[in-house]
Write a protein that binds this ligand. Sequence first.
Ligand SMILES: *Cc1c(COP(=O)(O)O)cnc(C)c1O
Length: 373
Amino acid sequence: MPASLDEPVDLRSDTVTRPTEGMRAAMAAAVVGDDHYGEDPTVNALEAQVAELFGHESAVFVPTGTMGNNIALRLLAAPGTEVLAEEEAHVVTYEMAGLAALGGVQTRTIPGSGGVFDPAALAPRLRVDPPGPNSSGDNYAMVATAAVAIENTHVHSGGRAWTLAEIDAVAAVTGPLGVPLHCDGARIWNAAAATGTPLSEYGSRFATLSVCLSKGLGAPVGSLVVTTAENEVRARAMRRQLGGAMRQVGVLAAAGIYALDHHLERLSEDHRRAHELAEALAEMAPGRVINRPTPTNMVLLEVSQANVFAHELAERGVLVGALTPTVLRFVTHLDLTDESMAYAAEVIRRLLAEEPPAQGVNASATATRSRDI
Ligand SMILES: *Cc1c(COP(=O)(O)O)cnc(C)c1O
């Protein structure tokens, strides 16, 4: 590490950020109460702010995005039904099968490209028996599709953002059948920044959304389930059941409000840095950057042995995650600077020079094994 960088350049995930001084001051000054009684004014303000951003009636503060997805999807899917999601989706891959284990809900996967699936791939998988004369009469055996989940941005593909047109194409298939859409919007903020889509436009397409404050927005913790006032009551009950009902968490909500007020606008800076890193790496080693042009704040790089490469980088003060055995993932975020990015690019360049020729892998075609999501 150069003397000017006093700690490693951490590109493992955008979850590694620490609260800024301004955020810590907001947390220290937060007015709090017992949220279980609905009496924490800062939590109430955060929930109102997020509901309004997405044009929904309600939002419920939960500790994690995993809990948010679990609650939101179980609002839509009763035990004994199924949720359809893209095959590498977080709800399928990284949530310890919580929908099945806790909700009695099975997930079924849709093949996708970059996390986006084609309505033509979705349509034949939707199992909804229309009532009336066209019913197959098979309602006693067939598992009914209760919801379809869309992940925006999609993490496994390296931060691909769904456009409104792509979401609308899915809604055109699900809407007439009455199947609601859920958005795993852990990084919906990045999607909005990259595509220029207002959050309310995304919000209006979904029955439920789960959005995270702890990723690119830089809060230490916190997610919200965004939905209708009617669903809110059940969401709060489920949160309690999962052990997620909290008390004087206005200190955490204050971090979230601060993040929304100060860190939304700057996401384009993260996207610029990811783009610059990808272009620099592409110049050094043509064909190795898998998600080029980079859609948001992630760069996927093909190497011969990801764990070995990551270890070599770590020894030189650059931390990265191995997404698959041959794909590294670099994620940009709030705690980086142009200087730390330049250092990382130089270290990566030196190691890349020793690599054998690229094989041309597809990130979504290889087994998942990242811990840093
Ligand atoms: C991070 C993430 C979540 C939620 O993760 P938590 O660590 O439980 O907050 C959900 N979906 C996606 C796509 C994510 O990247």
